[in-house]
Ligand binder design. Structure first.
Ligand code: ADP
Ligand code: ASP
Ligand code: MG
Length: 408
């Protein structure tokens, strides 16, 4: 007998039939004697619909009110799933984030979970009920409804598993595990039976949407046993996120490829090459609450240097505006940018013990005539910024070059 937290994503609860299906799976685990807490997302498309609706009234929606609106998506699914379970003769009770008391900070639309009160859930589990919790949402100290950022139900699931000291957190989705890359882009992608926590963290932070990055961070911090599985298949072990590397197996050089279409590049050209210049450029960007990702500064020549960095695509116009001011202030020659870019990253702990990984990556892209605009590396990843139009091609040829396809 175990305590299991199961999270079902939007597609998995996308219709009444699919909700009944989820109820059947939950009932099956329950019948095996396990205690089950279920976290659900809104039905697929619902969160997007609610955001679009809000924007029809207010182009830049008020963050507090937007959270009031978008959190309703998950509130519908918890009620429907509780009813579906009751119909199948299983006692169940639904809770919104506020009813559980998933306490967050007050950063609307990107709140962070601070504490979870487990009293209600424990009492229900002890009484033999299935507990169903709305993902993606919480409540701040003043009682305002907050949400955790897109894809945030993953984080709700893992945070609940941590708070309840669950034996396992199962993330049920529309693929049967974590693949070498998004199978929608590369149909030959291969399912991984395990992936290290470190690699999963990199893949998630580099844009792979299979798990929200915060959920992986939570799993690492609280040692939650985390597994990704399909809600459409009866059998299958999915992918287990492991904390210890299996030293008996030879590691592949690269474990996976992630990509991100959501960034834009900014260049600040001809800035005086003197101490403090990076701060003078990036300080105002940070003050405007814009996240900066990849940063490159060239070696100065003739007393000036060039500076490039990436920002979220949605912040591109605002970032350009901020930099126009900075340009005057620091005396830069030109500020330009491009929001038709993408970032492609290869990830693998095997990189630590292999040389030539970067050159294989660069040669593969060169052979396709793909120009690399920016490069950044760390111990277990290499990221490149490319013209957006090459995204699919780049991912496909890299996937092949590193031998990631399924065995024929
Ligand atoms: P959910 O609604 O269940 O949270 P998401 O759409 O957020 O599902 O995440 C699942 C999707 O993630 C898959 O359909 C797949 O297209 C995409 N994906 C991206 N990278 C990967 C990967 N490396 N392995 C598996 N799926 C991936
Ligand atoms: N419904 C939310 C979203 O679409 C949260 C989630 O699905 O994880 O982002
Ligand atoms: Mg998701």
């Amino acid at each position: 007998m175990a305590l299991i937290v199961q999270k079902y994503g939007g597609t998995s609860v996308g219709s009444p039939d699919r909700i009944k299906n989820v109820a059947r799976r939950v009932a099956k685990f329950k019948a095996q004697g396990h205690d089950i807490v279920v976290v659900v997302s809104a039905m697929s498309g619902e969160t997007n619909r609610l955001i679009a609706l809000a924007k029809e009234i207010q182009a830049q929606p008020d963050p507090r009110e937007l959270d009031v609106i978008v959190s309703t998506g998950e509130q519908v699914t918890i009620g429907l799933l509780a009813m579906a379970l009751k119909e199948q003769g299983v006692d169940a009770v639904s809770y919104t984030g506020g009813q559980v008391k998933i306490l967050t900070d007050s950063a609307h639309t990107k709140a962070r979970i601070q504490h979870i009160d487990d009293a209600n859930m424990r009492a229900d589990l002890n009484a033999g009920r299935v507990v169903i919790v709305a993902g993606f949402q919480g409540v701040d100290a003043e009682g305002n409804i907050t949400t955790l950022g897109r894809g945030g139900s993953d984080t709700s699931g893992v945070a609940l598993a941590a708070a309840l000291k669950a034996d396992e957190c199962q993330i049920y989705t529309d693929v049967d595990g974590v693949y070498t890359t998004d199978p929608r882009v590369v149909p030959e992608a291969r399912k991984l039976s395990t992936i290290t926590f470190e690699e999963m963290l990199e893949l998630a932070s580099l844009g792979s949407k299979i798990l929200q990055i915060r959920s992986v961070e939570f799993a690492g911090k609280y040692n939650v046993k985390l597994r990704v599985l399909s809600s459409f298949q009866e059998e299958g072990e999915g992918t287990l996120i492991t904390f210890e590397e299996d030293s008996t197996v030879e590691k592949p050089v690269i474990s996976g490829i992630a990509f991100n279409r959501d960034e834009a590049r900014i260049n600040v050209i001809g800035v005086p090459d003197k101490p403090g210049i990076a701060y003078q450029i990036l300080g105002p960007v940070a003050d405007a609450n814009i996240d900066v990702d990849m940063i490159i500064q060239n070696v100065g020549q003739d007393g000036t240097t060039d500076f490039s960095f990436t920002v979220p695509k949605g912040e591109f116009p605002r970032a350009l505006k901020v930099l126009d001011e900075v340009k005057k202030h620091v005396g830069a020659r030109e500020v330009s940018g491009d929001d038709k870019i993408c970032k492609v990253s290869i990830v693998g702990v095997g990189m630590r013990s292999h040389v030539g990984v970067a050159s294989t990556m660069f040669r593969t892209l060169a052979e396709e005539g793909i120009n690399i605009q920016m490069i950044s590396t760390s111990e277990i990843k290499i990221s490149v910024v490319l013209d957006e139009k090459y995204l699919e091609l780049a991912v496909r040829v890299l996937h092949k070059a590193f031998g990631l396809e399924q065995a024929a």
